[in-house]
Design a protein around this ligand. Structure first.
Ligand SMILES: [Zn+2]
Length: 199
C-alpha cells in the first residue's frame, strides 16, 4: 500500500512572555505572523484600565470583564472590540483567541488570530449607535490580509475618514453623533506618553 502524502507541516514556534528569570517590562509587541497564526502580546501594568473583549450579539452587547485568567474565543463573523485597545468594531473571517494572564504587577494579554488555510482576508470595520444600536457606518475590506495587518495599518485610514466627517458618524435612525474613534492603540510605556483611550 502506498504511503499517504505527508500533510502540510505544522510550524513550530515559541514566544516567551518574559525574561528567563520572570522579569518583564510594560509594553506591547507588534503583531507577528507565525505560520498560519498572528500573535500580539501586551504587558500592561495591573493598575491600567483593563482590556476586555466586547462582542455584539443579536441579544445585545456582551463584555467579558472577568479579572482572572481567561481564554476567550471570538468566533469568525462576530463583531468585537477590545476596550482601551481599539475604538471600532472588527468583523473578521478569522477566529480570534484572547488570553488574559494577571500577575502581581502586570497583566499579560495575548491575541492569537487565524490558524486556518483558505481564508480570504475579508474584514469589516463597523460603528454602531450608542443610543439605539443601529449600524452607523461600515467599511468592508476584501482581501485586506490577516487580522494583524487589518488592525494595525489597515484600519487606521478608515478611522481617520470616519473621524473627519461628522455625517459619517451620525446615526441614520436617531441622529446621535458617534464621537471620534481611535485606531489600534497599544500601550506606550514611555513616561508621559501613556494615555489609555477612554473606552
Ligand atoms: Zn441611533
Amino acid at each position: 500500500m502506498a504511503s499517504a502524502p505527508i500533510p502540510e507541516p505544522i510550524v513550530r514556534y515559541l514566544v516567551p512572555f518574559a525574561e528567563a528569570d520572570g522579569r518583564a517590562e510594560p509594553g506591547c509587541e507588534p503583531w507577528r505572523a507565525y505560520g498560519q497564526h498572528q500573535f500580539w502580546l501586551g504587558r500592561y501594568p495591573a493598575d491600567e484600565p483593563p482590556l476586555h473583549v466586547q462582542e455584539l450579539r443579536p441579544e445585545g452587547l456582551l463584555e467579558f470583564d472577568r479579572p482572572d485568567f481567561l481564554l476567550h474565543r471570538v468566533v469568525a463573523g462576530t463583531p468585537y472590540r477590545v476596550t482601551h485597545l481599539f475604538g471600532f468594531w472588527h468583523v473578521s473571517d478569522e477566529d480570534l483567541l484572547w488570553f488574559q494572564f494577571p500577575r502581581t504587577d502586570l497583566v499579560f494579554y495575548v491575541a492569537l488570530a487565524g490558524g486556518m488555510t483558505g481564508l480570504g482576508g475579508d474584514h469589516s470595520i463597523v460603528w454602531y449607535c450608542g443610543e439605539c444600536a443601529h449600524e452607523i457606518y461600515r467599511r468592508d475590506l476584501h482581501g485586506a490580509g490577516n487580522t494583524g495587518e487589518l488592525l494595525t495599518p489597515g484600519a487606521t485610514p478608515v478611522v481617520e475618514a470616519f473621524n473627519a466627517d461628522p455625517a459619517l458618524r451620525r446615526c441614520p435612525s436617531c441622529g446621535w453623533e458617534h464621537p471620534p474613534a481611535y485606531p489600534f492603540s497599544p500601550l506606550d510605556p514611555t513616561p508621559g506618553a501613556r494615555r489609555p483611550p477612554e473606552w
